[in-house]
Design a protein around this ligand. Structure first.
Ligand code: HEM
Length: 538
């Protein structure tokens, strides 16, 4: 028989019984010795010095000293919940994913977050919000790690450290906390103008959502669904809240940040506890998987672009219901580890250069954040599907692997040959064609238009929403110390909408730049990508 592999199985929750902590009638040491006193250290006389011999004191203090782990490098502030996803089966024609077959119920863990603030920052600040869902499917864990805004700041993951450095507090004064009201943020987005679209969404009411329960979610990138015959369809994922999309107004957001910094966290937990279970429909926009990977002229590999729902309607494929609060915040919400590479049969990635970098980044950061390579054995991260991997040892190894030959195929562990392709329903990468190409540091020309969709979004707003956007730009830009940064951002607004630019310029007491200025004069990132093309191939 195949060697038994004792790995991570069982309930991915902190429910009683899944951890051996806090059982039994007596207070004990971590190794189970019963204690008779945990309030007094061992001393040489009741007024004398404490003895080094006091192993209980040292264990208690030492463990406390190491209670903190690093917060996430982004999305540090968040809150989580357990739930269930019930599939409608409407995607079964385009994907082999078992959990998307008709009527299948899959347990999930969801973590919502802000992006920029530290772990203790306020919930209602102007920011993008994370919407990360872990599906514990029978065929392995699928993570849909999305945001509440359908586009992203940058087109290539190599700029991710740069945009985060620009948006996090300044390195000298460590201010501001979790707001886009500072020089480096506006310096970045006015120089890397691909960020203007995401920034416009941030300045809109979407940047100050009323609650997590009334927030949309987006997978952002284009993904590839694969059916049982290997047929492929390109898709974008959407979460639609059943309770509708709602935002705060700026004054409410500021009051809430002061009066109740836990505003969103409390709202979600209270709603679930009261039985008002939040619901979202998962939907997909589908596009033919053509060699160009464009749809109606929109490059589907450019994460700063969306596909308007008028052009590709969102089709509902299942219902997510959040059903239970975590038992322990640290064990579950803090230790959950999402990864865009946690894919299952029937769902694959595309060449979007932002997604490609993410495939590397998540596991890499979790190696540090969660203290080594075995974080998928932490209860909240455990797969519900059987796990039989050849990963061995490492810090915090909980599995007791049997056998002598941790490789496949082998002839020593009682058979269990492993032949590629022999398994039932394996995950197979789509055999996509990589065209004959030269190694370059460059990007497609189809990524160069940074303004059309930004303008489209702004002009789709109602008059009240436009006023909110004007007010947001004026408030945030007024916080900049550098005049040149404000002027450069006004130049970008001039390219987006003349009326918006005039209103913000006026509020800042600066002249409105000439809206007819030639694009190449104000679009450094497009200019840079031109320069990139002249570099010799590496
Ligand atoms: C964390 C979304 C781009 C690196 C997160 C989280 C979300 C998210 C929702 C929080 C996960 C949680 O709750 O634990 C997105 C979206 C992106 C994007 C939608 C673009 C469309 C990127 C890129 C990188 C990156 C380009 C790096 C190249 C990270 C890292 C974390 C993180 C390192 C912290 C993970 C952890 O410590 O567990 N992201 N992200 N993200 N993201 Fe992204």
């Amino acid at each position: 028989a195949a060697p038994e592999v004792v790995t991570a199985t069982g309930k991915p929750t902190g429910a009683p019984g899944t951890a051996r902590a806090q059982s039994g009638a007596f207070l004990t040491t971590s190794t189970g010795a019963r204690l008779h006193d945990t309030d007094h250290s061992l001393k040489a006389g009741d007024r004398g010095p404490t003895l080094l011999q006091d192993h209980h004191l040292r264990e208690k203090i030492t463990h406390f000293d190491h209670e903190r782990i690093p917060e996430r490098v982004v999305h540090a502030r968040g809150t989580g919940a357990h739930g269930v996803f019930r599939s409608y089966g409407t995607a079964a024609g385009v994907t082999a994913a078992g959990f998307l077959a008709d009527g299948v119920e899959t347990p999930v863990f969801v973590r919502f977050s802000t992006v920029l603030g530290s772990r203790g920052s306020a919930d209602t600040v102007r920011d993008t919000r994370g919407f990360a869902v872990k599906f514990y499917t029978d065929e392995g864990t699928f993570d849909l790690v999305g945001n509440n805004i359908p586009v992203f700041f940058i087109q290539d993951g190599i700029k991710f450290p740069d945009v985060v450095h620009a948006a996090k507090p300044h390195p000298d004064r460590e201010i501001p906390q979790a707001q886009s009201a500072h020089d480096t943020f506006w310096d970045f987005v006015s120089l890397h103008t691909e960020a203007q679209h995401h920034t416009m969404w941030n300045m809109s009411d979407r940047g100050i959502q009323a609650s997590y329960r009334t927030m949309e979610g987006f997978g952002v990138h284009t993904f590839r669904l694969v059916d049982d015959d290997g047929g492929t369809t390109l898709v974008k994922f959407h979460w639609k809240p059943k309770a509708g999309v709602h935002s705060l107004v700026w004054e409410e957001a500021q009051l809430a940040a002061g009066g109740d910094p836990d505003f969103h966290r409390r709202d979600l937990a209270d709603a679930i506890e009261a039985g008002h279970l939040p619901e979202w429909e998962l939907g997909i926009q589908t596009f033919p998987d053509t060699p160009e990977q464009t749809f109606e002229g929109i490059d589907l590999l450019d994460p700063t672009k969306l596909v308007p729902e008028e052009l590709a309607p969102v089709q509902a494929i299942g219902l997510l219901t959040l059903t239970a609060n975590p038992t322990n915040f640290f064990a579950e919400t803090e230790q959950v580890a999402f990864h865009v590479g946690n894919l299952v049969r029937g769902i694959d990635v595309t060449n979007d250069p932002l997604l490609q970098a993410r495939l590397f980044s998540y596991v890499d950061t979790q190696l540090t954040r969660l203290g080594g390579p075995n974080f998928n054995q932490i209860p909240v991260n455990r797969a519900q599907a059987p796990v039989n991997d050849m990963l061995r040892d490492g810090y915090h190894q909980h599995a007791v692997h049997s056998g002598v030959a941790p490789y496949r195929p082998n002839s020593l562990d009682g058979g269990c040959p492993f032949h590629a392709g022999a398994q039932d329903r394996p995950f197979v990468e789509v055999p996509a064609v990589v065209e004959e190409s030269t190694k370059v540091r460059a990007q497609a020309r189809s990524f160069d238009d940074h303004y059309t969709q930004t303008r489209l979004f702004y002009r789709s707003m109602s008059a009240v929403e436009m006023d909110h956007i004007k007010g947001a730009y004026a408030f945030e830009l007024a916080k900049c110390y550098e005049q040149a940064v404000k002027e450069r951002q006004l130049q970008c607004l001039a390219n987006i909408d003349e009326d918006l630019c005039a209103a913000v310029s006026d509020a800042l007491g600066l002249p409105a730049p000439d809206p007819t200025i030639a694009l190449e004069d104000v679009e450094p990132s497009a200019a840079l990508s031109q320069v990139g093309r002249t570099f010799p191939a590496e």
